[in-house]
Design a protein. Structure first.
Length: 443
């Protein structure tokens, strides 16, 4: 089995591409079923955010990566990156720990990854391999947040949006600000705006109750989407974060508002994918539209501020990845040892019985001696390989090599992450009593 990550992010693809390949929440289940139906794919999870679209899958071979790449569509293919096995795991760990985010240290991405896992669970495409990897990635992310200062200060896309508004307008105290949307991003932005001293904060949302609750929290005013043309005539800054599949603010709508504003500048900060503001509106006089790609430049300053903490964060991720790989290899080595020993003993017993049948006149004690000699030969021959396999657990390829060399098909039940390491297999020098253990499935 191999772990595959296929996808793109803000680092590889511009917003115009990410916008076209984004998967809406209600579409995720169907897409996961499509991915799971691809040849050789056993498990799948889809992470779709404003800044990335990535498929994490467990497949029978790396060849499945080509099918997954094609599933993202022709527009995405030139930007797609394929990662396999340890590289894919490292990427998952870094994404969950927000080290691959536009705003390094932001907390939202871990929640988004967990939501992706929950959707995969509901769709029936989440399996034990991805579950184990995600559990360890979550542990790494929590350690990064608790053991470093990478998350200190303003570390969300919404906070970067507010920083940008302050750079454009200076003090926000005398400005009128409009929030389109009342979800998590809007809530974060509203709190930042309140802290920045925004004088007038209007909140519009398709669900009036959500707009009222957020407005009450930040001392703002709930408004209606039906009033949008009039609101655009009034606002100095509009921060957009709705889940609309179509632009809410069109060029035509904005062209009318510009005249009513007497060409007073208006700034849009669009935090969405697909975008809430029609890109062509940016061509109108005194209309300035900043999307996620523009925020990337502001976010770069945050990364520079946190650069001193990145080394420690990367070290934590590396530690957790190494520990996870060690556990994974142990789950491979132990069943290989058990099956190897069982295979060798089976051959020895068969040969002993064939030999005893050919010999005449051996009493019971003599027959027992011959059987003991055969098993002693097995133990001596396997002692070296057993020691080597145990010594390299977590750090080498011998487990897979031994399974391939001897044609050992190992089938198992997965063990819980962090559980006790199984004891030595039957008949080994470390297990003189010959305890038979359940075999574990190789990963």
């Amino acid at each position: 089995m191999t772990l595959i990550c296929v996808g793109l992010s803000h680092k590889e693809a511009p917003i115009a591409v990410r916008e076209r390949v984004a998967v809406r929440l209600e579409q995720v289940g169907a897409r996961l079923q499509e991915i799971k139906a691809a040849p050789g794919v056993r498990e799948a999870m889809l992470v779709s955010t404003c800044n990335r679209l990535e498929i994490f899958a467990v497949a029978e071979s790396r060849g499945a990566g080509d099918d997954l790449r094609r599933m993202l569509g022709a527009v995405a293919e030139p930007h797609v990156i394929c990662r396999f096995d340890e590289e894919a795991l490292l990427h998952l760990f870094r994404v969950a720990a927000s080290l691959d985010s536009m705003v390094v240290g932001e907390a939202q991405i871990l929640g988004q990854v967990k939501e992706a896992a929950s959707l995969a669970q509901q769709a029936g495409t989440m399996g034990p391999e991805l579950s184990r990897a995600l559990a360890r990635a979550t542990t790494a992310a929590k350690r990064v947040r608790s053991e470093t200062e990478i998350a200190r200060g303003a570390v969300s896309v919404s906070s970067v949006a507010v920083q940008l508004a302050q750079k454009l307008l200076g003090s926000l105290e005398a400005r009128s600000l409009l929030l389109l949307g009342a979800g998590e991003m809007a809530q974060l932005a509203a709190r930042e705006l309140k802290s920045a001293g925004a004088r007038e904060l209007m909140v519009a949302n398709r669900t009036p109750q959500a707009a009222e609750e957020l407005a009450r929290e930040v001392g703002g005013v709930p408004v209606s989407f039906a009033e949008l043309p009039a609101l655009l005539e009034r606002a100095d800054v509009a921060i957009c974060s709705t889940a609309s599949a179509q632009p809410l603010v069109t060029r035509e709508m904005m062209a009318k508002a510009v005249k009513a504003r007497r060409y007073r500048p208006i700034f849009f900060v669009d935090l969405t994918l697909p975008r809430n503001v029609e890109p062509s509106a940016n061509k109108l006089e005194n209309v300035y539209v900043y999307d996620m790609d523009d925020l990337e430049r502001v976010a770069a300053e945050n990364r520079e501020v946190r650069a001193g903490h990145l080394g420690k964060a990367e070290e934590i991720v590396a530690q957790e990845l190494k520990a996870f790989l060690k556990k994974t290899r142990e789950r491979t080595v132990v069943p290989v040892l058990a099956r190897l020993r069982a295979h060798a003993e089976s051959v020895a017993r068969a040969e002993v019985e064939r030999t005893l049948a050919a010999l005449q006149g051996l009493d019971e004690r003599q027959q027992k001696t011959v059987r003991a000699m055969a098993l002693a030969i097995v133990n001596k021959l396997l002692h070296g390989p057993t020691a080597k396999l145990r010594a390299e657990a977590g750090d080498g390829p011998l487990g897979d090599a031994a399974a391939t060399l001897f044609g050992l098909e190992v089938e198992v039940q997965p063990t819980p992450e962090g559980g006790a390491t199984p004891e030595a297999p039957e008949g080994s020098p470390d297990d003189p009593e010959g305890t038979i253990l359940p075999l574990l499935r190789r990963t």
